[in-house]
Design a protein around this ligand. Structure first.
Ligand SMILES: Cc1cc2nc3c(=O)[nH]c(=O)nc-3n(C[C@H](O)[C@H](O)[C@H](O)COP(=O)(O)O)c2cc1C
Length: 355
């Protein structure tokens, strides 16, 4: 597309601005969703994404419905993954997982009524063994579209008028791809939008996301929007996805862990404006330290430092010296060690301490 790293660029010949995406009463503008990612898209990350701008709909990590009910029964508390949700800016999608329609409906109702979230999203895509094969939830449910339908119908009824969405993969295996059938089940049961990650559960993260297969779903949806997901790494990738495939929106996951400013760049590209350049190393360092400060406020210095190691590794991805940085930051156990390691890797003039 002719853009060099660090330089603004306009993507020529686009048919943009892209249209906002409608999820029930909500207009998602730009039509770009932040993917739910367990262990990463906590309150601090979402705050950072909001500050940087450009994500039309931030999402929490997936929350176990049975876990929620169990914690509530034992201690009248909430799962840690809902930390900050009640007071957080809107819009916000909270994702839940389970295979029991009653448990999902009970939790969905509370999220809609008490937490007043904007969207309740149901996970039908997680391939991790503990969730899929062991708990027969997440992507395991793709094997049983009738069950998907029952779940969506119950949760929709429990949450109304708050919209309920579903996130799926293409199917359980390559040989049993059934995304069209599952998509129809979601729509008929009253779902308000469908996000499709273009891999099967068996694929894990291998190979590349199959956007042709995502596109095949579109003619089968009469009422609800289709959101494509998988392997979007740059603003150009997103523009290309909209140009080539009949999706109403896109969702970005891993690339935003390395570049939380990507949403802002995507927003500009979709508006036909110059793409803002990558932040300077100095600005990236400050962002990482600000992120760390927010994580420490939520989790405390000890857990916060351990948790931030994996975020810091994402920020360094693809940069020179990333391997040495990963090795060192993965051993940091105090704020001093963490900040010192970040300063070595992202050199620049010192600014006010962020933690
Ligand atoms: C560390 C990690 C955690 C994830 N956790 C969730 C999750 O909680 N719920 C979910 O629906 N998908 C989850 N996903 C999948 C992403 O939402 C997304 O579908 C996937 O990463 C593909 O998009 P990407 O190529 O833009 O990353 C996770 C992915 C990663 C890498």
């Amino acid at each position: 597309m002719g853009c060099k790293n660090g330089m603004s660029c306009v993507i020529a010949g686009t048919r943009f601005p892209a249209k906002p995406l409608r999820i029930g009463p909500l207009l998602v503008n730009p039509p770009v969703l932040q993917a739910p990612m367990a262990g990463f898209t906590n309150y601090a990350f979402r705050q950072l994404v909001r500050q940087l701008g450009g994500a039309g709909l931030p999402a929490t990590e997936m929350v176990s419905a049975r876990g929620f009910l169990e914690i509530d029964r034992r201690s009248d508390a909430f799962p840690e993954r809902l930390w900050g949700v009640q007071d957080e800016q809107r819009p916000l999608a909270v994702q839940i997982w389970d295979n029991d329609p009653a448990a999902l409906a009970a939790v969905g109702r509370r999220l809609a009524r008490e937490f007043r979230v904007t969207v309740v999203d149901i996970n039908f895509g997680c391939p991790v063994r503990d969730v899929s094969e062991k708990a027969r939830s997440g992507s395991y449910l793709l094997r049983d579209p009738d069950r998907v339908s029952q779940i969506v119908a119950r949760v929709v009824q429990a949450c109304a008028p708050v919209p309920v969405t579903a996130k799926i993969r293409l199917g359980w295996t390559r040989a049993t791809i059934n995304a069209v059938e599952v998509a129809e089940a979601v729509e008929e049961a009253g779902g308000a939008a469908l996000t499709v990650h273009g891999r099967t559960a068996a694929d894990g993260f291998r190979g590349s996301a199959d956007w042709e297969r995502i596109a095949e779903i579109k003619p089968h949806l009469k009422r609800i929007p289709l959101v494509g997901n998988g392997d979007l790494k740059t603003a150009q990738d997103v523009v290309e996805a909209f140009r080539r495939y009949p999706v109403d929106g896109v969702m970005i996951g891993r690339a935003a862990l390395s570049k939380p400013w990507l949403f802002h760049q995507v927003q500009a590209a979709l508006a036909g404006e110059p793409i803002p350049p990558e932040p300077t190393p100095d600005a990236q360092r400050q962002l990482l330290l600000d992120h760390y400060g927010m994580i420490v406020r939520q989790f405390g210095p000890k857990r916060g430092t351990i948790l931030m190691r994996r975020h810091a590794c994402c920020y360094a991805r693809g940069e020179q010296g990333a391997r040495a940085f990963r090795g060192r930051v993965s051993r940091a156990s105090t704020p001093e060690e963490f900040v010192e390691t970040v300063r070595l890797f992202f050199p620049g003039p010192d600014k006010a301490e962020s933690t």
